[in-house]
Design a protein around this ligand. Structure first.
Ligand SMILES: Cc1ncc(CN)c(N)n1
Length: 220
């Protein structure tokens, strides 16, 4: 079995708590309170800044030029594409980039981003990929499922978000990441080190669920 499929299967409880979270259901049905989405999205912008740094760390941790290029694609996808979605949506509520960047990081944002950066600092490229994978691939799975379920209809206030993550560009990015991690696994994974890789993947999935919960809590 390929590495990503194995991790997802063995972290099934954490993975489904993340991709089937109540926040995702409400976003899909359009019933999510706007305050919850706004808090989530501002925090996600701050999250993505740290994530771009984690991908930059992957450039440094890359054993080959191909790995460096793949890591760089991740940096560019965040800085050139994903952050623009956030600026566009926040702009529609009258928030500027300066407003967003001035917002304080919430605890789940700090917990998740510092966890990923530490996984990369203290480990190698495979450790970093295990910590990044739930982020990159989970949103593709969520976006594809919501798109298929009709959540991109104009009537859904969150259709733009669904179109972004369910769209071809993000889906291709996630597929590329999965294949890249599988290749790293083939080159460097041993059964002795597998439990650590699984533990990083499980923790990142849990931190993703906590991130959704932070959004829901903001509207409570
Ligand atoms: C918390 C989180 N996880 C994943 C993604 C998708 N890159 C995101 N934007 N934010």
């Amino acid at each position: 079995m390929k590495l990503f499929d194995r991790l997802k299967a063995e972290a099934a409880p954490q993975w489904s708590a993340y991709v089937d979270h109540e926040f995702v259901r409400q976003l899909g049905s359009g019933e999510l309170p706007l305050n919850a989405f706004k808090h989530y999205l501002v925090q996600d912008y701050l999250f993505l800044i740290q994530f771009a740094r984690a991908y930059a760390l992957a450039v440094y941790k890359s054993p080959s030029v191909d790995d460096m290029r793949q890591s760089l694609e991740g940096v560019k996808a965040i800085l050139d594409v994903e952050l623009d979605l956030h600026l566009e949506l926040c702009g529609s509520w009258g928030m500027s980039r300066e407003d967003i960047e001035k917002a304080p990081e919430d605890t789940p944002t700090m917990a998740y981003t510092r966890f990923v950066l530490d996984a990369g600092m203290s480990g190698d490229l495979l450790d970093l990929q295990a910590a990044l994978a739930p982020c990159v691939i989970g949103y593709a799975e969520i976006g594809a499922a919501l798109l298929k379920g009709g959540s991109a209809a104009e009537a859904n206030p969150y259709h733009r978000w669904v179109l972004e993550y369910g769209g071809d560009a993000y889906q291709d990015l996630a597929k590329g990441f999965g294949a890249w991690m599988d290749r790293t696994g083939e080159a460097y994974l041993t059964e002795t080190r597998y439990p650590r890789v699984l533990s990083l993947f499980e923790k990142a999935s849990r931190l993703e669920a906590d991130f959704w919960q932070m959004g829901l809590n903001a509207s409570a």
